[in-house]
Design a protein around this ligand. Structure first.
Ligand code: DQA
Length: 145
């Protein structure tokens, strides 16, 4: 069964109680559960991870790139600061869809810049938990005819 890595960056472990007016009330475990449901119908295995540490995310991206397995990445605030994560995507050749729960372009100016967008295959943002579901659809292999 093909695998998809879903990697979540800093503070996303706080979803559910973190600024619910912006991020909603679903927890990261809720997002994982609905994503696993969708993945099952698409015949995909989900490897779902979260870390507050940049190096963890870099290691996971490198491993996914080496394995030729696609990545759904919500790098949280590292999106706006981390050249190292962008280099990991570029250097490992990982196929990445960048996701955000919120529409970062409708928020503070410092959130308008992403170091990841230029090295991602595509970007999906602003749809809450559905951003992840849409990314899964985007990465799913086409059904066999
Ligand atoms: C976020 C947006 C980032 O600006 C923020 O730092 C996050 C979450 C989102 O999913 O909307 O941690 O990536």
């Amino acid at each position: 069964m093909p695998s998809i890595h879903v990697l979540n960056g800093p503070n996303l472990n706080l979803l559910g109680t973190r600024e619910p007016g912006i991020y909603g009330t679903l927890t990261l475990a809720d997002i994982e559960a609905r994503l696993r449901k969708g993945a099952k119908t698409l015949g995909l295995e989900v490897i779902f991870r979260q870390s507050n540490h940049e190096g963890d995310l870099i290691g996971w991206i490198q491993a996914a790139g080496a394995a030729g397995e696609p990545v759904i990445l919500n790098a949280g605030a590292y999106t706006h600061t981390s050249i190292a994560i962008a280099d990991a995507i570029k250097g490992s050749g990982a196929r990445v869809v960048e996701v955000h729960l919120s529409n970062v372009h409708a928020r503070e100016a410092f959130r308008h810049q992403s170091h990841i967008s230029a090295v991602a295959q595509g970007v999906i943002l602003g749809f809450g938990a559905a951003s992840y579901d849409l990314a899964l659809q985007a990465l799913a292999p086409p059904p066999a005819i």
